[in-house]
Design a protein around this ligand. Structure first.
Ligand SMILES: [Zn+2]
Ligand SMILES: [Zn+2]
Length: 316
């Protein structure tokens, strides 16, 4: 029987789930961000200023939804004056209910896996969608990120970090976390600060990475429900139109691609490549339940990726 991994019904809405405004260190006001992102085809923006939690319902209309959240930071307590040499854990908390007006108070606040797990789980149990952000920029490694529990998702792409030269396209981090048994989603975000004002510049940090959310309608409860259910994929450009599982195979239909990969917890041939000078728009892969999760990556001719969430045969 066919099971849609991205819902058959509903509509895709383009979203940026990590964004800074003049309420912290971003250069654009929330209304300027709305104008910018609407112009780039987005419908959803989570404004997640550093240590500031402000709802922006005045931005909402039939074509735009502002989610409200914040980005928090816990820094490694090493005695060194240079912040750039310290590890830091950054995570966004996005309110899943428009009426949430404050973040919870956290009992502990220290750079340990225990404490970060406690903080993320407290955020989660208080109605927030928690994303683990830009592990490369944060200089965190396997030991840290595989020990955190409580996040709903991690950033597969962080546009701001990619624009400034960090390696925050994070498929290996995602596989490491999944392989440790932590069943989380992946998102693409800009983390834009708009320090470079020129939209034609390669340093312009809006419109780099995004999340395509499939929801019944563009309203807060429908989008929050889609986030919780994982009805989305992350991308730098390519689009995934359909994704389903049927009789032990996963099927994907997508925009024109150079290759389509199926990543699993195993070593096996899982790539379909277009012939030279041609493109692909679909593929299917056999899924062996013994290999644990699977996830699909679509890569276009420019090397840009779209990544699905991981799926688990034991729950399909
Ligand atoms: Zn950050
Ligand atoms: Zn940020």
């Amino acid at each position: 029987m066919r099971k849609y991994l991205l819902p058959e019904s509903g509509q895709f809405y383009k979203a940026n789930l990590h964004c800074h405004s003049t309420f912290s260190d971003g250069r654009k006001t929330p209304s300027q961000l709305k104008e910018l992102y609407l112009g780039m085809g987005y419908s959803i923006l989570a404004i997640t200023d550093h240590n500031v939690f402000v709802p922006h319902p005045e931005l909402n209309d039939e074509s735009f939804l502002a989610l409200h959240g914040t980005e928090l930071e816990i820094i490694e307590p090493v005695d060194h004056p240079d912040f750039n040499l310290k590890k830091a854990c950054h995570f966004c908390m996005i309110a899943l209910d428009p009426d949430i007006s404050a973040i919870p108070s956290f009992k502990r606040w220290e750079y340990t896996a225990d404490c970060l797990t406690d903080v993320m789980q407290t955020a989660r149990s208080n109605g927030f969608f928690v994303t683990y952000n830009h592990p490369c920029w944060s200089r965190e490694n396997y030991e840290q990120y595989t020990a955190y529990r409580g996040m709903h998702a991690m950033e597969m792409f962080n546009g701001g970090a990619l624009t400034t030269g960090y390696g925050d396209y994070n498929p290996r981090v995602y596989d490491d976390i999944l392989t440790k048994g932590n069943r989380i989603y992946c998102v693409g975000s800009d983390d834009n600060h708009n320090v470079c004002p020129d939209p034609t510049s390669r340093k312009f940090d809006s419109g780099i990475a995004f999340t395509m959310i499939k929801a019944g309608s563009l309203d807060y409860p429908s989008v929050a429900d889609a986030l919780l259910k994982g009805n989305f994929y992350a991308s730098e450009g390519p689009q995934i139109h359909e994704l389903w599982y049927e009789d032990g195979r996963v099927y994907v239909r997508c925009s024109e691609a150079d290759r389509i990969n199926c990543f699993r917890r195993c070593r096996s041939d899982a790539t379909v490549m277009a012939e030279k000078g041609q493109t692909l728009t679909e593929a299917s892969f056999k899924i062996n339940p013994g290999y644990g999760y699977f996830r699909i990556t679509v890569t276009d001719a420019h090397g840009r990726h779209a990544c699905t969430n991981a799926y688990f045969p034991d729950s399909l």
